[in-house]
Every structure is written in structure tokens, then in C-alpha cells.
Design a protein around this ligand. Structure first.
Ligand code: ASP
Ligand code: MG
Length: 417
């Protein structure tokens, strides 16, 4: 059994969806489980629907949902010759359900609504693709992942209940040659929908690969594989043919957008190789990520934009002892904040975070009794793994640097954008 993951870019247009059979036909005789994300930027659009609903702008949220509906209906109409009507009916069911929610009174926290709303992106894309593939002779079965992937109720960052999920997977007849299902979403014991964190479809794919003891996982992307830098911002970015699991865990920790950070562990635990391949140049080898150690890697460059530096000063100029530190970490966990870098000094602590306004506001309120706070926005965080001094200096030339941290392997600098 092989697990394939197709992200939003692989199905963001009619042409891209029509490209899927070319790939799948190469694996006709194999058992495939295909995990799919929402089409293109649908998740971003649905996030705005959720925000408008929560702000009390019901009409606006319904209007935005309508735009998403039209886009999906038009796409399926262009793709489907014989099964458009039944597909459209199915899509309508999801929209009606969501619209009902948008008209309902707000009684839960935002994250709950976010998950109920944003999750339809994956339900829509898989529905359309399943119908389309069946029409072009690639018989498949559409599995509703909510019946399989069980999680806790930590909305927007749900934790998988591995035992419950394992039991569901064991009971499901994966005898079909091709099973299609949704990435990114799951459900609680009470059957509310949860999501696994943005870009979480990679992780879903890894969970399936692990629990199915798959021979491999392939993530199909619009790039040739894993690069040592983002080719959009660095001209001579190069493809890395081979990487170890550990290196990829480090890279994604520092914010490389290659693979969702949680993807590697489930694969590493079972020694399942991960292939990152292009869905455009399908015969290119791409990158293989496995347990094998890889030496002589090129420098790997990651730049995180839209960073914020929060400078916390103890209110009474006392040293930052264990207690305020413990309190601060407790607050990170309450607010669900993951600092990208922390530097402690005698009477102050500096933390670099993604610019997530609601969370920063919460952090400010919860730490107000301990610290005075300064905030600097519009920063970039550069990380170089396997750095050279020359590269480091080149990349920081003319930059207004606020903070530097380095170890033997990893160099980080925070500077004004
Ligand atoms: N559609 C979700 C997102 O855009 C999940 C994913 O793409 O993996 O975050
Ligand atoms: Mg996506």
C-alpha cells in the first residue's frame, strides 16, 4: 500500500485536476490511499468566513461562503460530464449545513466554529475529485475521514487519538485499489469536526501511512522536491535529493514550508520513506527522506516573515528567576503560542513570535502582572542550517539586526524587514 498526498496547488484549477489521472495511471496495479487538501486557497477564504461569522457579520459570512460555493460548482461543472448533478447535490449538502451554522447563535469559542466551517474545504475538494476520477475510469472509493481519524477537542490543533484511529482503520475495508480521503480534518468523540493545524494534510497522510504500514508516502507538489531555500526569494536555490528524517524535522521546526512539522515522526517510527515529488514533472526523482544519515548537505536557508519581537521586562527590575519563567511557559501553553526564538537576560526576556494578533493580545493581558512589554513588528527571522560565515555575512549585509542566536549547526538572526 502506498499513501499519496495532494495539496491545494495540485487541484487549484481544472487543468491541475485533469492532470491527476496521468499520475494515478502509473500506479494502476497498486493499492493507493490518496489524501487531498482543499482546492487552492479555499482554506484561507473559509477562514474569513469564520472570522466574519464570529464578528457577528452573518450576512457577510454567507456572502463569502456563496462565492466559495459558486467556485466549486463551476469547477465541478467543467470537470463532470455525467455525474455533475449528483456531485452538486452532495456539495450543496455541505453548504446547507455550513450556512445553517452561520445563521446560528454564537455559543462556543471561536476555534470551535473555525473548525466546523474551515473543514468543508477538504470535503468539497475530495467529493469533486472522486466523482471526476470515477468518470475518467479511475475507480475509487471516497472515505469520509471524520469516521476514521479521531481526535480530542483541542480545536484548530487537535491531537490524534491513535488507538481509536487505529481501530477505525483496522475495521475499514481498504480492498479497493484507490481510496480517496480528506487531509487536515478529523472528529471528536462527540463527532464535532476538528482540524490538525494549517497545512495539516501532510500529517494526515503520515498518520495513514503509519497505521496502514504503507511502503511509502509520496507528497506531490508544484516544485521538484525539497529545495535548500525558497526559490521565489533566493535565485540559486538547489534541489536536495536526499535528506534524513532528523534534518527535515529541524528544517520544518525553523519554518521551512516544505512539509508540515508533525509529518515526520509517524514515518520515522516505522521507517517509512517519504518521497517529495513534482506533480508536473512526474518522472523526476524528487527528494527522498528516510532514516539514512546524509552528510555534506548544502546550507539550508529558511526565512520567516511577519515576525514580532516581544521584549518582556520584569516589573520591579528583579532578576528573571524560575518563577516568572515557569509562569511565562504556562501562559504560552494556555494561549497556544509557540515562540520561534527565546533569549533570556538578567531582567528581561525576548521572544520572537509569528504575528498572530489575538494571541499577542492575550499574552499581553496574561503577563501584565509580571512584565512590562515592548513589541517590535515587521521583522524577519533568518535561519541557516549548516551555515558558513561567508553566507551568514552576505545574508545580513545592510540588515538592521535585533537579535542573533547560533549553535554549531544552526544560525538565526532577527532583523527589520
Ligand atoms: N487545506 C488546509 C490548509 O490549507 C490543509 C492543508 O492544505 O494541508 O491549511
Ligand atoms: Mg493547503
Amino acid at each position: 500500500m502506498r499513501v499519496f498526498k495532494f495539496g491545494g496547488a495540485s487541484c487549484n484549477s481544472i487543468e491541475r485536476i485533469q492532470n491527476l489521472p496521468t499520475i494515478l495511471n502509473k500506479y494502476r496495479d497498486e493499492q493507493i490511499v490518496m489524501i487531498i487538501s482543499a482546492m487552492g486557497k479555499t482554506t484561507n477564504a473559509l477562514e474569513i468566513v469564520a472570522q466574519e461569522y464570529y464578528k457577528g457579520n452573518c450576512l457577510k459570512s454567507v456572502e463569502l461562503l456563496n462565492e466559495i460555493k459558486q467556485l466549486h460548482l463551476t469547477t465541478s461543472q467543467s470537470l463532470l460530464k455525467t455525474s455533475f448533478n449528483i456531485c452538486a447535490e452532495k456539495l450543496q449538502e455541505y453548504f446547507i449545513e455550513t450556512e445553517k451554522l452561520l445563521h446560528s447563535e454564537k455559543v462556543y469559542e471561536y476555534d470551535f466554529y473555525y473548525d466546523q466551517i474551515v473543514s468543508i474545504g477538504e470535503l468539497l475538494s475530495t467529493c469533486i475529485i472522486s466523482f471526476y476520477l470515477n468518470e475518467v475510469g479511475i475507480n475509487n472509493h471516497l472515505l469520509d475521514v471524520r469516521t476514521i481519524l479521531k481526535t480530542d477537542d483541542n480545536y484548530r490543533e487537535a491531537t490524534i487519538n491513535w488507538n481509536a484511529t487505529q481501530q477505525q482503520i483496522a475495521a475499514y475495508p481498504f480492498h479497493q485499489s484507490l481510496t480517496i480521503t480528506q487531509g487536515f480534518i478529523g472528529s471528536t468523540p462527540k463527532n464535532f469536526i476538528t482540524t490538525l493545524g494549517r497545512e495539516g494534510s501532510d500529517y494526515t497522510a503520515a498518520v495513514f501511512a503509519n497505521l496502514l504500514n504503507a511502503e511509502s508516502l509520496t507528497i506531490w507538489k508544484d516544485v521538484d522536491g525539497v529545495m535548500n531555500a525558497d526559490p521565489k526569494s533566493i535565485n540559486d536555490a538547489q534541489l536536495i535529493h536526499e535528506l534524513s528524517f532528523n534534518e527535515v524535522i529541524e528544517m520544518s521546526y525553523y519554518g521551512a514550508q516544505v512539509i508540515h512539522p508533525k509529518t515526520i515522526k509517524p514515518l520515522q517510527n516505522k521507517g517509512i520513506p517519504l518521497y517529495v515529488k513534482s506533480f508536473i514533472n512526474i518522472d523526476n526523482a524528487g527528494t527522498v527522506i528516510s532514516a539514512k544519515a546524509v552528510n555534506n548537505l548544502p546550507p539550508i536557508i529558511v526565512v520567516k516573515t511577519n515576525q514580532v519581537l516581544i521584549h518582556l521586562h520584569t516589573k520591579d527590575f528583579s532578576f528573571v528567576g524560575e518563577e516568572p519563567m515557569a509562569a511565562l511557559y504556562k501562559i504560552f501553553s494556555t494561549v497556544k503560542i509557540k515562540p520561534n526564538l527565546i533569549q533570556t537576560g538578567a531582567i528581561s526576556i525576548q521572544i520572537c513570535l509569528d504575528n498572530w494578533e489575538e494571541k499577542i493580545e492575550q499574552l499581553k493581558q496574561l503577563t501584565a502582572h509580571l512584565f512590562n512589554i515592548d513589541i517590535t513588528t515587521q521583522l524577519q527571522l533568518l535561519t541557516i542550517r549548516h551555515y558558513t560565515n561567508e553566507l551568514k555575512n552576505n545574508m545580513l549585509a545592510n540588515k538592521d539586526v535585533l537579535l542573533i542566536q547560533q549553535s554549531k549547526e544552526t544560525f538565526q538572526a532577527l532583523y527589520l524587514s
